[in-house]
Design a protein around this ligand. Structure first.
Ligand SMILES: *Cc1c(COP(=O)(O)O)cnc(C)c1O
Length: 348
């Protein structure tokens, strides 16, 4: 059998599994805008229970979940503290400003975990000329710090600082499942360090669509209204929630395989001349490799010519993401193609 390209562009490229497709075909459904879809209700209750929180809401995308949360936690003209390479700041257009009138206060960090003292100094009440800064946006794992795990103890310190300053906390946990598996952290521990959190079903867990916004019951009731406002009220969406339930119940444990493959791939690519790992050895399923003095877009093109897909993540960085639909053979193929691709790109 001939293989298609080895696709390391993102863990969003996974196709739904046979079990997901079966569950989708057989799902009990109803009009979810009327609150009548039993499969959605089951998914929402089960997700909330996993984090020991009161409620959760099925949203079409992680972006929508994050944007709804920020909108409910801050008023127009207020500020939110966010890590400088965070998805909510850098990769959701200017959603915070455009949708909710929130000004962003980016703070740099070494591996995605903000300095609690700096956060304490930045969160402040309104006064004189200064805007109120009352929202802290966290991300775990941190995508553009190479899938770094921010330890839950660190998140707890930041949460305590926010409490002390009367600020709210939202956790962008698109890959929180990966963080939990890699660090052995129980999910309720994450539920305890944020007012709200968002988790994706459509990344490492392999569901075709969907994310969950988790919080207390009053917050989720407001979030349901905000979802409608943004055009995200969905009808017989139990067909998608059914795949989400399979993802939640059966796909979390296998993330450890993705992490092991990422470590193996990282060791192989880091041994290539000019290459290094600017974000260190991968904690989870993302490998960012720097190719000194070589155009990352050319490396990406040279990889593609060898049947390996990986996206540039900056002028001299290439990002590989492992997931359900890449196996040991794909890792071997990428490891073998990388030295030649770098050599080709350096010559071009
Ligand atoms: C992918 C991602 C999101 C957004 O998810 P979508 O479903 O693509 O909107 C949010 N945060 C992080 C860190 C992500 O990687």
């Amino acid at each position: 059998m001939t293989r298609g390209p080895s696709d390391f562009r993102s863990d969003t490229v996974t196709k739904p599994t046979a079990a997901m497709r079966r569950a989708m075909a057989e799902a009990a459904v109803g009009d979810d805008v009327f609150g009548e879809d039993p499969t959605v209700a089951e998914l929402e209750q089960e997700t909330a229970r996993l984090f020991h929180r009161e409620a959760s809401l099925f949203v079409p995308t992680g972006c929508m979940g994050n944007q709804i949360a920020a909108r409910l936690h801050a008023r127009p003209g207020e500020e939110a503290v966010v890590e400088a390479a965070a998805h909510m700041f850098d990769w959701e257009l200017a959603g915070l400003a455009a949708l909710s009138g929130i000004q962003v206060r980016p703070l740099a960090s070494a591996r995605g975990g903000l300095d609690p003292d700096l956060v304490r100094a930045t969160l402040r009440p309104a006064g004189g000329f200064r805007p109120r800064c009352g929202l802290l946006l966290l991300e775990n794992t941190h995508n553009f710090h190479g899938g770094a795990v921010v330890p839950v103890e660190h998140l707890a310190r930041l949460h305590a600082v926010a409490r002390e300053r009367g600020a709210r906390v939202h956790l962008d946990g698109a890959r929180l499942w990966n963080a939990a598996v890699a660090s052995g952290t129980p999910l309720p521990a994450y539920g305890a360090v944020a007012d709200s959190l968002m988790v994706c079903l459509s990344k490492g867990l392999g569901a075709p669509v969907g994310s969950m916004l988790v919080g207390d019951a009053a917050f989720v009731a407001q979030a349901r209204e905000a979802r409608k406002l943004l055009g995200g009220g969905m009808r017989q969406v139990g067909v998608l929630a059914a795949a989400g339930l399979v993802a939640l119940r059966t796909m979390r444990g296998r993330l450890a395989d993705d992490h092991a493959r990422a470590r193996r791939l990282a060791r192989a690519v880091a041994a290539v001349p000019r290459a290094s790992l600017p974000t260190g050895d991968p904690d989870t399923n993302i490998v960012i490799v720097r190719v000194e003095g070589v155009d990352a877009a050319r490396v990406s093109a040279a990889l593609k010519a060898r049947g390996v897909l990986a996206l540039p993540a900056g002028a001299d960085r290439v990002r590989f993401v492992t997931h359900l639909d890449v196996d040991d053979e794909d890792v071997a193929r990428a490891s073998a193609a990388f030295p030649d691709a770098v050599a080709d790109a350096a010559r071009a």
